[in-house]
Write a protein that binds this ligand. Structure first.
Ligand SMILES: [Zn+2]
Length: 247
């Protein structure tokens, strides 16, 4: 069976001396993997028709009982050229690709997730070079998965007093609950929680990028989101670090 899909590569690996394996996020078929035969030959029909962070129309053969399909044709739909020249923006895009690749199971269609990925890549071209961009994308990503951290009041007793972030509870808890249940929390002063709440409400990155942060606030926000992403999506902190060191 041949399937036609709108797709964005999440990762590209060499396979043998002439071929590639590409993990794609597709709009209607979830994450899939294809072999691209002859991809590394100097003249091949796939040349320039797919690359990381770009949207491609992909035709592929599906084989029963196999999770590695074979690409038949690729046709580039939208190149995102900024990532070739702006390495800070590219690091943000690269983090997004890793995030989607590590957290999306194969063959589980999730069209909204594809739309979010496209949208965040488009934003990353303009805003990805700023250090505030990545934590904001993590809030958007968590929201799309129904795991948005609850930052308003204690998730255990609804108190608004002395709130601290607790990754295992998926949001903030009050100091009473933290003590009573011996739950570890992270340094999260009211100003930091207020910034995160406002970012969570923002569907556009511009106001987020315009938030001026002290070094301390930046460190605390990254500690909160790093712990949260690790706990809820099993994303290792080192995946964030490359993107952060660039921003
Ligand atoms: Zn409480």
């Amino acid at each position: 069976m041949i399937i036609r899909a709108t797709a964005i590569p999440l990762a590209i690996y060499p396979y043998s001396s002439t071929s590639h394996i590409v993990h794609w996020l597709t709009r209607h078929h979830g994450k899939i993997s294809t072999l691209i035969k002859g991809a590394m030959r100097p003249k091949n029909r796939f040349l320039g028709e797919y690359e990381l962070f770009s949207t491609t129309e992909l035709l592929y053969f599906v084989k029963p009982n196999s999770t590695l399909y074979t690409a038949k044709e690729c046709s580039l739909l939208q190149r995102r050229p900024v990532f070739r020249t702006d390495w800070r923006a590219m690091q943000s895009a690269s983090y997004l690709a890793t995030l989607l690749n590590k957290t999306t199971p194969e063959d589980a269609p999730h069209p909204e997730l594809f739309s979010l990925y496209e949208e965040l890549l488009d934003w990353a071209e303009t805003f990805g070079r700023h250090h505030q961009f990545m934590p904001w994308t993590e809030l958007r990503f968590s929201d799309a998965h129904g795991h948005a951290p609850n930052l308003g009041n204690c998730v255990l007793c609804s108190s608004k007093q002395e709130l601290q972030f607790c990754a295992s509870q998926g949001g903030v808890i009050c100091s009473k609950c933290s003590k009573a249940r011996k739950l570890p929390t992270l340094g999260s002063p009211p100003d930091v929680l207020a910034i995160l709440r406002s970012w969570q409400q923002s569907e556009h990155p511009a106001p987020v990028i315009n938030t001026t942060l002290t070094g301390k606030q930046r460190t605390e926000i990254n500690a909160i989101l790093s712990t949260f992403m690790h706990y809820h999506f099993n994303l290792q902190p080192h995946h964030r670090l490359a993107a952060l060191s660039a921003a």
